[in-house]
Design a protein around this ligand. Structure first.
Ligand code: G1P
Length: 297
């Protein structure tokens, strides 16, 4: 019997330089998509997929994240007194029970592989998930849930994957496909940020992973790779030669790259329009904007 995936690592140590000056004093993961911080979307997705333990790999300047997941007694009391039940429920759903969440510091920015490795002592001999909160995925069935279901069939290591325009492949981890079985592909190679024209395909890794404990063993002796950083992609690719158990999973859903300004704006529009309480007014505004722009041309 395969062990259940109940632990997830959230690498949140990045400096968020692309969003300066906003990120000078707030962590990128606290930036707001409509009315919830980016990190909340990742947590909700993990919870929906049955994750019980949440491991944050943080860094200096990220303490706002810890406060965010704590209880907020003053706010809760005020809302209770005012009878704002819905808002209170909304607020309380962000609380994490003691012991459910752990924070580990990555004290040097040595790469995604290194960030994941920092959590090694909190994982047992069982598969675990990694979620990159920058990748926000809108889906009927949450992406990680889809992956856990597919992983129950394949076992091994699984990465979320998506076709990207070929000229964009060098911004991603890229899969070399051995066998394409539709949503699941078996992988014969993986390259982190290949040089332009050297990508083995345009099937890119998106920030959701289900990994075996062997990945930590590989990370124990990892050397720096692309960009001089310790790459998670390389530690996973090592498993292809030794265990031949690496799979890509084409998820059903829309991914937004909230690590980039344009992607964040796309997500803001999409999530704003998806909200019943905002849709009417917001779509009217967008229509007006488009009409004004068209008239000006
Ligand atoms: C990371 C991974 C890369 C993956 C990407 C998905 O890169 O290293 O393999 O394709 O996330 O968002 P980053 O975007 O942190 O440079």
């Amino acid at each position: 019997m395969m062990k259940k995936v109940t632990k997830a690592i959230f690498p949140v140590a990045g400096l968020g330089t692309r969003f300066l000056p906003a990120t000078k004093s707030i962590p990128k993961e606290i930036m707001t998509l409509v009315d919830r911080p980016l990190i909340q979307y990742a947590i909700d997705e993990a919870r929906a997929a049955g994750i019980k333990e949440f491991i944050f790999v943080t860094a200096r300047g990220k303490s706002a994240l810890e406060d965010y997941f704590d209880i907020a007694p003053e706010l809760e009391n005020t809302l209770r007194k005012k009878g704002k039940t819905e808002l209170l429920q909304n607020l309380k759903s962000t609380n994490m029970d003691s012991g459910q969440i752990a924070y580990i510091r990555q004290n040097k920015a040595l790469g995604l592989g290194h960030a994941v490795w920092c959590a090694r002592r909190l994982l047992g001999n069982e598969p675990f998930a990694v979620i990159l909160p920058d990748d926000v995925i809108a889906a009927e069935k949450p992406c990680l849930q889809q992956m856990i279901e597919a992983h129950a069939e394949t076992g091994g290591n699984m990465v979320a994957a998506m076709e990207v325009p070929p000229e964009m492949a060098s911004s991603y981890g890229v899969l070399d496909v051995r066998e394409d079985m539709g949503s699941v592909v078996s992988v014969k190679g993986m390259v982190e940020k290949p040089a332009v024209n050297e990508a083995p395909s345009n099937l890119a890794v998106i920030g959701r992973y289900i990994l075996t404990p062997d990945i930590m063993r590989n990370l124990n002796r990892a050397k720096s790779g692309a960009g001089g950083e310790i790459q998670l992609t390389d530690a996973i690719a090592e498993e292809i030669a030794t265990s031949d158990n690496v799979y890509g999973f084409r998820f059903r859903g829309q991914r937004y790259d909230c690590g980039s300004k344009a992607g964040f704006l796309h997500a803001t529009v999409a999530f704003g329009l998806a909200r019943e309480d905002l849709r009417g007014e917001f779509s009217q505004f967008l229509d007006q904007m488009t009409a004004t722009k068209n008239a000006a041309q």
